[in-house]
Write a protein that binds this ligand. Structure first.
Ligand code: ADP
Ligand code: TZD
Ligand code: MG
Length: 573
């Protein structure tokens, strides 16, 4: 056969960013949350062109938070796209927060010319992004060559979801994005990652050790964490809890994994079970500050811990774990359920009786608080109105941020389905609200009710425009007490500047949504709130309810004032 070497090649040219988009699509990415500009605008356009939804935000932090919410809900990495330097840095807080929470996401950022960055010659938006990202995420990679796009995307996906999930940074250089490549040749290099998150099966020995210890318990307790919610092992968790009759305590984002009105819920007897449990099973929950590090005055001094975690490094991080079970919760719970045939594990009736008594006392106290209607409204009568509307709903997502607004809402609003509550998380960070709400609405198409303190709302409030632009079924509720924690704190100098915690006393957050054509409500009584929330949810339209709350209501730092080093306000309490 004779080949004509001089025949011109019929090349089908494309560029690196098309190939990146193709690689993402091939790996099941259907949505990108981001904010465009040089050098990634066309990447977003191409994504849209091939049917990937692009949700453009007003600030990268919210885009990153939306990606993190998508990751938590779906167990697949959410994708956030940012521009170089400042856009990258704006997204980095969300990436770090996702890593802290164990939510899988990938921040993909365009970056400037490597040669200029490395000699620090002052390129447009020059920053050594990958190296800056490293301490804030689980892994950071850079793709320099078009031939490496498939590998780079595969590594990012695996890093985000394997083991303890987290945030991954993926740097795409301008040169890579612009590289002219042969489309057909490049397409041949692309592939779909096989089993990105393989099961991690616990050893039988570790399961036996744990179940033996649990069988010896008189007052056993299961603590459900957001790792258990994330694992999507809902049925085996329910079976194990119900067959053993062990009471459970849900951490904030594990609320709904077992319904909050389940007879074995010990949520309303938290103090009682922590101080009386003799064997505690930590299921996808770290013994961090949220659990008093597993020691100190809140805990039974003789308590023994069993811990189920995908990350073996977690065990003994705060105190001895007598029965560590390293594995993914799905596999571990299968083994636990199977182990019930071998071990007799049944919670004592007296233990549950004690819990029920404590629950009844606390429930009565709570109902009295909720029934105390004041004018202006306090947090609890506000939440009673919200609860009575939301209790009729099950199929909605609840986003929640603030201090008192967070803590009181968590205690009053029951969740009935898994992975439906998204909040400030491990860091207690403000500003996740609108990003999480938009992420949940876009990912699931479901109704979202997003409850923010007035300060918290301010961090991401401009995303109301995003929610209106995409016509999302989100009802934002702002608990407006005119301040951080409360609105009436004094300026200690006696001067006229507002105090550090004071915000505008007569701010009208409902006016924000009016600017973008959404539905605005301003309410001052429980009846008005009931009416507004019912209407807003039924409309399935973007809406915002500003709830006027007594500026003198609210505790300094919400329920964690004990962590506050200041003395001045403590004395005032
Ligand atoms: P919470 O704040 O609800 O107490 P944490 O975020 O502190 O929960 O803890 C979650 C834990 O769950 C982390 O230690 C993480 O490694 C673990 N985890 C996450 N996903 C899984 C999984 N699929 N299987 C087992 N453990 C998991
Ligand atoms: N900045 C960030 C990013 N996260 C934080 N947690 C804080 C600041 C400090 N902070 C809290 O911990 S809660 C809070 C701030 C500023 C706001 C509380 O006020 P709010 O809620 O209006 O949102 P309440 O209901 O008035 O307590
Ligand atoms: Mg406030």
């Amino acid at each position: 056969m004779v080949t004509n070497q001089t025949q011109p090649q019929t090349q089908n040219l494309t560029d690196g960013m098309h190939i990146v988009v193709d690689a993402l699509k091939r790996n099941g990415v259907d949505t990108i949350f981001g904010l465009v500009g040089i050098p990634v605008t066309d990447l977003a356009r191409h994504a849209q062109e091939v049917g990937i939804r692009f949700v453009g935000f007003r600030h990268e932090q919210s885009a990153g938070n939306a990606a993190a919410a998508a990751g938590f809900i779906t167990k697949k990495p959410g994708i956030c796209l940012t521009v170089s330097a400042p856009g990258f840095l704006n997204g980095l807080t969300a990436l770090a927060n996702a890593t802290t929470n164990g939510f899988p996401m990938i921040q993909i950022s365009g970056s400037s010319d490597r040669a200029i960055i490395d000699l620090q010659q002052g390129d447009y938006e020059e920053l050594d992004q990958m190296n800056i990202a490293k301490p804030f995420c689980k892994a950071a990679y850079r793709i320099n060559k078009p031939q490496d796009i498939a590998t780079g995307i595969a590594r990012a996906i695996r890093a985000a979801v394997t083991g303890r999930p987290g945030g991954v940074y993926l740097d795409l250089t301008t040169a890579l994005l612009a590289a002219a490549v042969d489309k057909d040749e490049m397409e041949k290099t692309l592939y779909t990652v096989v089993d990105p998150n393989p099961a991690i099966i616990p050893s039988q020995e570790s399961v036996d050790r744990a179940l033996q210890l649990l069988a010896s318990a008189k007052n056993p307790l299961i603590i459900l964490g957001k790792g258990a919610a994330y694992a999507q092992a809902d049925d085996d968790i329910k079976t194990f809890i119900e067959k053993t009759g062990i009471p459970f305590l849900p951490m904030s984002m594990a609320k709904g994994l077992m319904p909050d009105d389940h007879p074995q819920s010990a949520a309303a007897a938290r103090g009682y079970v922590m101080s009386n449990a003799d064997v505690v099973v930590l299921m996808g929950a770290r013994l961090n500050w949220l659990l008093g590090h597993g020691k100190g005055k809140h805990w039974n001094p003789n308590v023994k811990f069993i811990q189920l975690d995908i990350d073996g490094m977690e065990f003994d991080s705060n105190r001895q774990i007598l029965a560590p079970v390293a594995g993914d919760i799905g596999s571990s719970m299968k083994a636990f359920v199977a182990g019930l045939a071998k071990y007799s594990i049944k919670a004592d009736a007296a233990w549950m009786d004690g819990i029920n008594k404590d629950k009844a006392v606390n429930a009565q106290k709570m109902e009295a608080r909720l029934a105390n209607v004041t004018e202006p409204m306090n947090f609890y009568c506000t939440l009673k109105a919200v609860r009575d509307v939301l209790d009729k709903q099950r199929d909605y997502y609840l986003v929640n941020e603030g201090a008192n607004t967070l803590d009181d809402t968590r205690n009053v609003i029951n969740m009935y389905e898994p992975r439906k509550r998204l909040d400030c998380g491990t860091w207690g960070v403000m500003g996740i609200g609108m990003g999480y709400a938009i992420g949940a609405a876009v990912t699931t198409g479901k109704q979202v009710v997003s409850i923010h303190g007035d300060s918290a709302f301010g961090f991401s409030g401009m995303e109301v425009e995003t929610m209106c632009r995409f016509k999302l079924p989100i009802t934002v509720v702002v608990f407006n007490n005119g301040g951080i924690y409360k609105g009436d704190s004094p300026n200690l100098s006696g001067g006229t500047d507002p105090s550090p915690t004071t915000l505008m006393p007569d701010a009208r957050y409902d006016k924000v949504i009016e600017a973008f054509g959404g539905d605005a409500y301003y309410v001052t009584t429980p009846a008005e709130l009931t009416d507004a929330l019912t209407k807003a949810i039924a409309s399935k339209k973007p809406s915002l309810i500003d709830v006027k709350i007594d500026p003198s209501d609210g505790l300094e730092s919400g329920h964690i004032g004990n962590l506050n080093p200041a003395t001045v306000i403590k004395e005032a309490h």
